[in-house]
Design a binder for this molecule. Structure first.
Ligand code: C2E
Ligand code: MG
Ligand code: MG
Ligand code: MG
Length: 285
């Protein structure tokens, strides 16, 4: 089996399971050290209202910079953090950092930007999750209505009982909920009926197909209609081209996020970007 790497070369996996396990435990050990040395940091990716072009919020995305300056992707280390239970500590840190970052944005005059935060199921299972969330909200002074927790669709499906309980308490704080990667686990919609969510995020795999064929636009179209029927707003992930944004707007999609607008950025870079984007947007609308 071949896997394409970022630089385009192919790596062939002929390794046995023992090697696989050794690699995982090495990565886990490295992650422990990285946390100790504060090598994890957050980047923020803008989210845009399609109709007006205005920035409505940002999503916090975790990064790990190794000692020699390489970046390790969350898709590589989040599963390990989840499996080992380290996600609870990491997730608490992410919650606090992003709440404080929202407060910082407010101080810079960006008072209404929401902050989307990814959460893993392991965090929800932990009995102190609500207390951590409340602590992060209270200590940062952020308006809870600006905080949006993202749960993945597979998590919503597999853990509907657990989530039904926790989400009620979370919603009572005023915090909003989005279903991330929507469409990738499309086998049961019953959880949507049970869980109080506010937003669906169409997975970028569907957005990538949207301009390619009539067929490719059917799923996003149906997801948008489904979302609206349920009273939810819909955001498209992974918008890389203007044509995709135009079509999504035409299909009634409210919001979008993707490289077409901006990549995830570190805080200072984000603030610079927000400034120049506002200037650009003011001249074009
Ligand atoms: P996600 O929450 O669905 O985040 C969107 C991912 O798509 C991000 O990848 C983002 O960089 C990438 N992306 C955004 N726009 C585009 C685009 O136009 N084209 C393409 N090709 N990609 C785009 P990233 O940062 O590598 O994160 C991957 C996943 O890791 C996230 O998917 C999320 O599930 C997870 N993750 C990231 N940070 C955290 C965290 O703090 N906690 C938890 N539990 N999970 C996290
Ligand atoms: Mg997300
Ligand atoms: Mg997603
Ligand atoms: Mg994803």
């Amino acid at each position: 089996k071949a896997k394409t790497h970022a630089r385009g070369e192919y790596v062939f996996f002929t390794r046995d399971m023992a090697t696989e396990i050794r690699e995982r435990s090495k990565l886990l050990q490295a992650l422990r050290v990285a946390i100790e040395r504060q090598r994890l940091f957050l980047c923020y990716q803008p989210q845009i209202a399609l109709a007006t072009g205005q920035v409505i919020g940002v999503e916090a995305l975790l990064r790990w910079r190794t000692e020699d300056g390489r970046l390790i992707e969350p898709s590589r280390f989040i599963p390990i953090a989840e499996h080992s239970g380290m996600i609870v500590g990491i997730g608490d840190w992410v919650l606090r950092m992003s709440c404080f970052q929202q407060a910082e944005l407010s101080r810079h005059g960006y008072k209404n930007l929401s902050m989307a935060i990814n959460v893993s199921v392991g965090q929800f299972r932990h009995p102190r999750f609500l207390a951590s969330l409340q602590g992060a909200l209270a200590d940062s002074g952020v308006d809870p209505r600006l905080i949006e927790l993202e749960i993945t669709e597979s998590m919503a499906m597999e853990e509907a009982d657990l989530l039904a309980k926790v989400l009620d308490s979370i919603k009572a704080l005023g915090v909003r909920i989005a279903v991330d990667d929507f469409g990738t686990g499309f086998s049961s919609l019953s959880y949507l009926q049970r869980l109080q969510v506010d937003r669906l995020k169409i997975d970028r795999a569907f957005v990538a197909e949207i301009c390619k064929s009539e067929r490719g636009r059917r799923i996003p179209e149906v997801v948008i209609q489904l979302g609206h029927k349920l009273g939810l707003t819909v955001m498209a992930e992974g918008v890389e081209e203007k044509e995709q944004a135009d079509l999504l707007l035409e299909l009634g999609c409210e919001d979008a996020q993707g490289f077409h607008y901006a990549r995830p950025m570190e805080p200072q870079q984000l603030i610079d970007w927000l400034r120049s984007y506002a200037a650009r947007n003011a001249t074009t609308t």
